[in-house]
Every structure is written in C-alpha cells, then in structure tokens.
Ligand binder design. Structure first.
Ligand SMILES: *Cc1c(COP(=O)(O)O)cnc(C)c1O
Length: 219
C-alpha cells in the first residue's frame, strides 16, 4: 500500500474532532513529502536533531510535534519552530521550554505526559505529581508556555482490556483537572493512541492520535 492510500484510509476512519499526527521518525524526507503532497501537515518526531533536519528541508507550513522524551539541554534547537511538545514530564523541563520560548518571543504549546502503563521504561507524571505541578506558584508564573492537555502511552500488550483500562484512566485524570485551568492552560487535548490501538483510544476519549507504521510502514 502507498503512503497516500494508507493516509486516506486512516483519515476517513477518524472522527472530525480527532487530530492526526503522522509519526515520521526514522523515515526519509521523500516519504514525508509523499504524505505532505497527500495533504498531511502535522508530523511527529521523537528526536530533536532528526526533527530539526527535516524541518530545514521540508515546506514551512508543516506543524512539527515532538512526541519523544525531551532532554532540557536540547529544547533550544526546536524552540524556534516546534508546534507542540507532547512529552513534558517535569516542572524543570517546562521552565526550560518557557525560557527558550521567551528567547524566541513566542508561546510554546505543551502536553503533560502521564504515566499510565505498567512498564518501567515509560516516562510520565502520576496523578499526584500532575496536580502538584498544575497548582504550583512556579507553574503559574510561566507565561511563554501553554498546556493544551495530556499525553499517554498504554502498555505494549495484546490485552485490549488492559489498554482500555489505561486509556480510560488517562481520560478520567483529564476530566479531573478541568477545574485547575489557569491562564497558561487550555486543557482540551488528549494525545493517546498509536497504529495498534488508536481506534480504542478514540472510543476512550482521545482527541489526538499519533500514527506511524500504519502510514509509513514498519521501522
Ligand atoms: C513511534 C511512536 C508512535 C507511533 O507508533 P506506531 O506504532 O508506529 O504508530 C506514537 N507515539 C510515540 C510516542 C512514538 O514514539
């Protein structure tokens, strides 16, 4: 199947309120251009250097989403152009993003990553840490970031019930923080669901899916 037909099949299956992030990590610019020509404008990458190289080469009306784990010392490389950072998991990282956004005279949109899986290797805040962050004075002072919502990754398993439980958990946390809205948060986005589980994620309340291999093929 071609990238173009994969894209149109997936797009046709998404409800209108769900945003598609085409995850293009490890794929060559020629593949991204095929998706671009088919109308895709939102791309997700998980390494800042790779994303920056692609940003330099690709048309400038693309929105670049950082979906991987972010090291503070690399934020400056994407601060001029990144549209949304999905994997923010600490106040310290948020402060660095704020600092680099200020240097670039812009506001950078972020999602807070929540730990919902039963896997040691995944990153994210738990519910208590999330609440502490959103209610802290230090957070409220950050004027060059905006929190659009939450991101989560389910456990890598065939067990649909477990995945559903984890997605439902993220949705319930998302609902519970609506009362904590601040000047620098909007809380309208739940980024959950990948190639293998995006339909289930949407049933559980996802508003943004991150799909790679079902569009571009295996990595
Ligand atoms: C790679 C990746 C995806 C896409 O995974 P596929 O299974 O290829 O759709 C989504 N989210 C994150 C955070 C990823 O690293």
């Amino acid at each position: 199947m071609s990238i173009q037909s994969n894209l149109s099949t997936i797009k046709a299956s998404l409800p209108e309120h769900v945003t598609l992030v085409a995850v293009s990590k490890t794929k060559p610019v020629s593949d991204l251009l095929q998706a671009y020509e088919a109308g895709q404008r939102i791309f997700g990458e998980n390494k800042i250097q790779e994303m920056t190289e692609k940003w330099e080469q690709m048309p400038k009306d693309i929105q670049w989403h950082m979906i991987g784990h972010v090291q503070s010392n690399k934020v400056k490389f994407m601060a001029p152009y990144v549209t949304l950072i999905h994997g923010v998991d600490s106040l310290k990282l948020l402060q660095e993003i704020n600092k680099q956004a200020l240097k670039n005279n812009r506001i950078i949109d972020c999602l807070l990553q929540i730990y919902i899986a039963e896997e040691e290797t995944k990153f994210g805040l738990d519910e208590k840490e999330l609440n502490e962050l959103l209610t802290s004075v230090e957070f409220k002072e950050l004027k060059n970031i905006r929190i659009l919502g939450l991101m989560g990754m389910a456990t890598f398993t065939e067990n649909q019930n477990q995945i559903k439980k984890e997605f439902t958990h993220l949705k319930s946390i998302f609902d519970s923080i609506q009362t904590l809205k601040t000047k620098n948060s909007e809380l309208n986005t739940i980024s959950m669901g990948m190639s293998g589980d995006y339909q289930l994620a949407i049933e559980c309340g996802s508003t943004m899916v991150r799909i790679g291999s079902s569009i571009f093929g295996g990595r």
